[in-house]
Design a binder for this molecule. Structure first.
Ligand code: ADP
Ligand code: MG
Ligand code: MG
Length: 977
C-alpha cells in the first residue's frame, strides 16, 4: 500500500521539518516558526499542517485528507513526549493553540484559538500546577468563548453579555462598587469565573445543540476544520478577489504548545520590532504587558510598558530579547516584527515576520543596513559573554548586512508615493493603536486622516462648512457624492476595490481613502455604523490610515513626514546605478521647478497648449480664439503675433529653471475646437462673442465647421500645422527667441522641438523643414547660435511601422504611449471605463494581465515600440529615444524601457523619484538575468548595440553564468537552424 502523503511538519527542540523558504506550503507563520526553530531561537514546540491539506479538505468538501488524522495524532504524541505532559490530561495538562496562516497575511480568516485541551478535568489540573485557580478558569472560559465564536460561529455578543451579567450581578455587589464605576475582567474572581464557565457551556449547548467537547482531540479536530473552512469563507474569498491574490492553495494550520504570559509578575507578553518601524532608528522598539496573555494586548485593558522599562526591570530577559533581535536581523537581513511570551522568566518567541514600516523608515532601514551594523562591538561582546548570542551572529551584527543594490531593491514604489502623505504620529504607542483599531479595509490611497464621521455627502459638506474635518463613510460612492468627497479629509467605504469609484476619485486628489471594509455595517437611517463591535455615530471621530487600510476609533495625532537624508542617499545610489535618464512632463516654470526638485534631468514633454488656458491671463485664450475664428491667414497671423510674447515668456521661464538640461517642447496638439466653448453653452458663447467683438452666429458657424465625428482621429496633432503653418511658425519662433534670450543671459539651453502625431515620412519632412527654416531664420536675425533638435512623437502605429524612414528626418523619437495604446488597440481611453475593468479583472474576463493604460502592453504596443527603436537606430545610430506617456512613470513599463535601451523615460514630476528607483532596479535585475539583445523581426542587421552600462553589466556576471548563457545561446541557434 502506498504511504499517505505528508501533511504535517514538526518544529521544536532546535529541529524543524520545514524551513523559511517553504511559505507556499507552510504559510508565512509556519515557515517562520520552522526557520526560527532551526536557527536556535526558543520557539514552543509544535507542528504545521500544510496548505495542501487545506486544499484537499476543501476539494473533498470538508473531509479530512487520508492520513491527516493519524499524522496529527502522532505529532501530538511527539509534543507530549517532549513536554512530558499529556494533551488535555487531568494533571498538568499539555495545552495548545491553533492558528491559521496562509502564505500571505489575509484578514477574514480564522483567528487564533488558545488553551485548547482544557476541559472540566484538566482545568483543575492546570489550577493545581499553577497554584492559581482563577487563572485556570479564566483560560477555560476564554477557550469556550473562542472555540464557540471563532470555530462554531456563535455570536460573541452572547458570551459578552453573559460575562457582563456576572460582573453586574455578582462581582459588583461583592466589591460594593457603585454603579457607573467600571468592573474590569480582572475584578471577577475564581468563584464567579467558575459560574461563568457553566454559563458559557450552556450558551454553547443552546447554539450548537451539543455539549462543549470534553475530548481534547475533538477540540483539536474541530479547530483545525474551522481553520480550513475559514479559507473558503466569504470574507476571505472576497479579500483574495479584491487584492488579486491568486495561486494560493489554502491556509496552513499551526498547532503549538501553550505558554502562559499570565502566570504572575515574572510572566508577560509583548510585541516588538527590531528597529523603530516609524522612524527606522536602529533601536529595539516595542511594548510588554506583564502578567497577561496575548489577547489582553488587543483588549487594551492596561497600559503596556516600553521595552526600555523591561531593561531596568528584568535586565536578563531584556538581554535575551536583544540577542533574539540580533539573530533575527542577521538571519533575515531585514527588520523583523516579533511576538514573544515570557513564562515564569523563560522567554518564548511565537512569531516573526518582515515588519511593516513607514515609508520614512523603509529608507532609513535600507540605508542603515547597507552602511552600518545593528549594534556596537562592545554590546555584541557582552551578549556573547553571557552566552545569549553565538559569535557568528555577533560579528555579523556589527557590520553592514546588505549591499547597496539590495537596499535599492528593498524600496517599493509605494514607499516613495507614501513618503509625501501625512502619517500617524510615531509617538502613539503600538498597543494603544492596537486597542483602538476598529477594523481593516483595502488601502486605496495612502496618507492618514482623522475627522468626524458623516454618512452622506450633504452632511459632510454641512459639517465642513462649520469648520469640521470630515471623514465621509459610505457603503459605496457614486458621482453625486463627489462634492462631499472633495471636502472630506478621508473616505471610507464598505464595498469596492482599488478601482471602485471612491478609490479612483480619491486617488486623483491624493486623498486618504480606504475601501472594501466589509466588516463595516452602516445604518443610514439611524445615522450610525458598527465596526469591530463598536458603535460609531455621525459626528464621532475616527482616524484612517490609508497606507495600511486600518481604521481607528477617535482622533489619533498625525504627523507630516519630511524627506530624510536617507531618502536622498538612496536615490543618489539609484542615480549612480541606473542607465536610463529620467525626465518630467512639465508645462510651466512652476512644474519645471517641482520636476527639478524631484530629481528630473530634463523635460520630456512640455505641452504648449496648456499655456493658453492660464486663467490669470485671459488675453491668452482670447488671442487663441481670435486666431481660430479668423478666416484669413492674415488675420490669423495677427492673432498669433499677440500669442507670441506669452509663449516666449513661458519658454524662457522653463529654460531658466532647467538651466543646461534638455527641454522637449511639443508643438500644438489638440484639435482647435477644444479652445472654443461647447455649442450648446449659450452663456459662454455670448461671453466669447462679446469678448471678441463678433456675433454669436459667427462663432457657432466656426464651431460647426470644426465639428468632427471622431475628433480623436481628426484634425489634430501635426495635421494642424500642415493646414496652418503659421501656428507652427509662431511656436518655433517663440521657442528659438526664448532660447536666444536665455543664452544671452548666460543660461544654457537645449531645446528639442517635437512634432506630434506624425504618420508619414513626407509629412514629417515638410514639417521638420518648416521648423528648421523658421528656427534658422530667427537665429540669423539675432545673429546667434543655439543647438536645437527636431524630432517626433511616435504615437501612431504607422509611425512605428515606418520608423526607419522617420529617423532619416527626426533626430529623436518620443513614444507617446497613451495615444499609441489607444490607436493600436482601437481603445478610447475616455470610453474604455465601461468595459476595460472586465478585461483586466482576473476573476472576470481576464483578457489582459495588466491595465494597458497603466502598464505598457508589452506584447502588442510594446512590439511596435521595439520595432521602432530597432529600425530607427538602424537608420540613425545616435537617435535619441524616450517615452512620455503615463507609462513613463510605471515601474513595470520602465523595466521594458530599460530592456529596449531607451535614453530616458519622462513622467509627471511626482513620479520622478519612482522612475529613478525603478530605473535602477531594472538595471540590477537585468544584471542577474542575461542581458537581452534586441533583434528585429525582419532585418538581421538592425541590432541595437548594447549600451555601456549593459556591456559593463554583462561583464559583471560570473563566469559560471556566462558559460551557461553561451551554451544556451548555442542551443537556441541550433534550434533555429
Ligand atoms: P495573529 O496572526 O493575529 O497575530 P497569532 O496566531 O499570532 O495571531 O496569535 C494571537 C495571539 O495569541 C498572539 O498574541 C500570540 O502571541 C498568542 N498565542 C498564539 N499561540 C500561542 C501559544 N502557543 N502560547 C501563548 N500564546 C500564544
Ligand atoms: Mg501574531
Ligand atoms: Mg498624443
Amino acid at each position: 500500500m502506498a504511504t499517505a502523503r505528508r501533511w504535517v511538519y514538526h518544529f521544536g527542540g532546535g529541529k524543524a521539518d520545514g524551513k523559511g523558504s517553504e511559505k507556499a506550503l507552510l504559510g508565512g507563520k509556519g515557515a517562520g516558526l520552522a526557520e526560527m526553530t532551526r536557527i536556535g531561537l526558543p520557539v514552543p514546540h509544535g507542528f504545521t499542517i500544510t496548505t495542501d491539506a487545506c486544499a484537499q479538505y476543501n476539494q473533498r468538501s470538508g473531509k479530512w485528507p487520508t492520513g491527516l488524522e493519524k499524522q496529527v495524532r502522532e505529532m501530538v504524541g511527539k509534543l507530549e513526549h517532549a513536554s512530558k505532559k499529556s494533551f488535555g490530561g487531568p494533571n498538568d495538562p499539555l495545552l495548545v493553540s491553533v492558528r491559521s496562516g496562509a502564505a500571505r497575511s489575509m484578514p477574514g480568516m480564522m483567528e487564533t484559538i488558545l488553551n485548547l485541551g482544557l476541559n472540566d478535568k484538566s482545568v483543575e489540573g492546570l489550577a493545581e500546577v499553577s497554584s492559581n485557580r482563577r487563572f485556570a478558569l479564566d483560560a477555560y472560559r476564554r477557550l469556550i468563548m473562542m472555540y464557540g465564536s471563532i470555530g462554531q460561529g456563535i455570536d460573541r455578543e452572547h458570551f459578552d453579555s453573559a460575562f457582563d451579567e456576572v460582573k453586574q450581578t455578582r462581582t459588583r455587589p461583592r466589591l460594593g462598587r457603585v454603579n457607573g464605576k467600571r468592573i474590569l475582567d480582572t475584578d471577577v474572581n475564581a468563584e464567579e469565573l467558575d459560574y461563568l464557565v457553566g454559563e458559557f457551556k450552556r450558551i454553547y449547548r443552546v447554539h450548537c445543540g451539543e455539549e462543549f467537547p470534553q475530548n481534547p482531540f475533538d477540540q483539536l479536530k474541530g479547530a483545525i476544520s474551522a481553520v480550513f473552512d475559514s479559507w473558503m469563507a466569504e470574507k476571505a474569498a472576497t479579500y483574495r478577489r479584491i487584492e488579486r491574490i491568486t495561486g494560493l492553495k489554502g491556509t496552513a494550520v499551526n498547532v503549538c504548545w501553550m505558554v502562559f504570559g499570565n502566570m504572575g509578575d515574572d510572566s508577560g507578553t509583548g510585541v516588538c520590532f527590531t528597529r523603530d518601524p516609524s522612524t527606522g532608528e536602529p533601536v529595539y522598539y516595542g511594548d510588554v504587558l506583564i502578567n497577561a496573555q496575548g489577547e489582553d494586548v488587543v483588549a487594551g485593558i492596561r497600559t503596556p510598558m516600553k521595552l526600555d522599562e523591561l531593561k531596568t526591570r528584568m535586565p536578563e530577559v531584556y538581554d535575551q530579547l536583544e540577542a533574539v533581535r540580533v539573530i533575527l536581523e542577521v538571519h533575515y537581513k531585514d527588520m523583523q516584527d516579533l511576538e514573544f511570551t515570557l513564562e515564569r522568566g523563560k522567554l518564548y518567541i511565537l512569531q516573526c515576520r518582515v515588519g511593516k514600516r513607514s515609508p520614512a523608515a523603509a529608507f532609513k532601514i535600507a540605508v542603515d543596513q547597507a552602511t552600518k551594523g545593528l549594534i556596537s562591538s562592545a554590546a555584541a561582546r557582552q551578549l556573547v559573554k553571557k552566552k545569549y548570542l553565538p559569535k557568528k551572529y555577533a560579528t555579523a551584527a556589527t557590520k553592514a548586512i546588505i549591499t547597496k543594490d539590495q537596499a535599492i531593491q528593498r524600496i517599493r514604489d509605494v514607499d516613495i508615493e507614501r513618503l509625501f502623505y501625512p502619517i500617524i504620529d510615531r509617538h502613539v504607542p503600538l498597543m494603544e493603536l492596537e486597542s483602538r483599531m476598529l477594523g481593516e479595509g483595502i488601502s486605496a490611497v495612502p496618507g492618514a486622516a482623522c475627522g468626524v464621521v458623516a454618512f452622506s455627502a450633504e452632511m459632510a459638506e454641512a459639517r465642513a462648512d462649520e469648520g469640521a474635518k470630515v471623514i465621509l463613510v459610505r457603503k459605496e460612492t457614486s458621482p453625486e457624492d463627489v462634492g462631499g468627497m472633495h471636502i472630506a479629509v478621508g473616505i471610507l467605504t464598505a464595498t469596492g476595490g482599488k478601482t471602485s469609484h471612491a478609490a479612483v476619485v480619491a486617488r486623483g486628489w491624493g486623498k486618504c481613502c480606504i475601501v472594501g471594509c466589509d466588516a463595516l455595517d452602516i445604518d443610514y437611517n439611524a445615522k450610525r455604523m458598527t465596526l469591530g463591535e463598536k458603535l460609531i455615530r455621525e459626528g464621532d471621530s475616527i482616524t484612517l490610515d490609508g497606507g495600511t487600510g486600518e481604521i481607528f476609533e477617535g482622533e489619533i495625532p498625525l504627523d507630516r513626514p519630511t524627506t530624510s537624508p536617507e531618502y536622498k542617499t538612496l536615490l543618489n545610489w539609484c542615480d549612480k546605478r541606473r542607465r536610463l535618464g529620467v525626465r518630467a512632463n512639465a508645462d510651466t516654470p512652476a512644474d519645471a521647478k517641482k520636476a527639478l526638485e524631484m530629481g528630473a534631468e530634463g523635460i520630456g514633454l512640455c505641452r504648449t497648449e496648456h499655456m493658453f488656458f492660464d486663467s490669470s491671463q485671459p488675453e491668452r485664450i482670447r488671442a487663441m480664439r481670435e486666431m481660430i475664428i479668423a478666416q484669413l491667414e492674415d488675420k490669423r497671423r495677427r492673432a498669433l503675433d499677440k500669442l507670441l510674447p506669452y509663449q516666449r515668456d513661458d519658454f524662457e521661464g522653463i529654460f531658466e529653471v532647467m538651466d543646461g538640461r534638455p527641454v522637449t517642447i511639443r508643438l500644438l496638439d489638440p484639435p482647435l475646437h477644444e479652445f472654443l466653448p461647447k455649442r450648446n453653452n449659450k452663456e459662454a458663447l455670448q461671453e466669447v462673442a462679446e469678448d471678441l467683438n463678433i456675433t454669436v452666429e459667427q462663432i457657432v458657424r466656426r464651431i460647426e465647421q470644426l465639428e468632427e465625428n471622431n475628433p480623436m482621429l481628426g484634425h489634430r496633432g501635426c495635421r494642424i500645422a500642415i493646414t496652418y503653418p503659421e501656428i507652427l511658425e509662431m511656436q518655433v519662433r517663440a521657442i528659438i527667441e526664448a532660447a536666444i534670450n536665455c543664452k544671452e543671459r548666460g543660461i544654457k539651453v537645449l531645446p528639442e522641438i517635437m512634432i506630434p502625431l506624425s504618420i508619414s515620412w513626407t509629412e514629417l519632412m515638410i514639417l521638420v523643414g518648416r521648423v528648421r527654416t523658421v528656427a534658422d531664420a530667427v537665429l540669423k536675425e539675432r545673429n546667434s547660435k543655439v543647438k536645437y533638435l527636431v524630432g517626433t512623437m511616435i504615437e501612431t502605429p504607422r509611425a512605428a511601422l515606418v520608423a526607419g524612414r522617420m529617423a532619416e528626418v527626426a533626430e529623436f523619437f518620443s513614444f507617446g504611449t497613451n495615444d499609441l495604446t489607444q490607436l493600436t488597440m482601437a481603445l478610447s481611453r475616455d470610453d474604455a471605463g465601461r468595459f476595460l475593468p472586465d478585461y483586466v479583472d482576473p476573476h472576470r474576463a481576464n483578457i489582459f494581465p495588466v491595465h494597458p493604460f497603466q502598464s505598457i502592453d508589452v506584447k502588442g504596443v510594446g512590439k511596435l515600440v521595439r520595432m521602432a527603436c530597432v529600425d530607427g537606430r538602424a537608420t540613425r545610430k545616435n537617435l535619441k529615444l524616450g517615452i512620455c506617456g503615463e507609462h513613463g512613470g510605471d515601474p513595470a513599463s520602465i523595466v521594458f524601457c530599460e530592456e529596449l535601451g531607451l535614453n530616458y523615460v519622462s513622467c509627471s514630476p511626482y513620479r520622478v523619484p519612482i522612475a529613478r528607483l525603478a530605473a535602477a532596479q531594472a538595471v540590477i535585475s537585468a544584471t542577474r538575468v542575461a542581458p537581452r539583445v534586441l533583434k528585429s523581426n525582419s532585418k538581421p542587421r538592425s541590432v541595437v548595440r548594447p549600451t555601456k552600462a549593459r556591456a559593463k553589466a554583462a561583464k559583471k556576471t560570473t563566469r559560471k553564468t556566462a558559460v551557461r548563457k553561451s551554451s544556451k545561446r548555442k542551443k537556441t541557434k541550433r534550434a533555429r537552424a
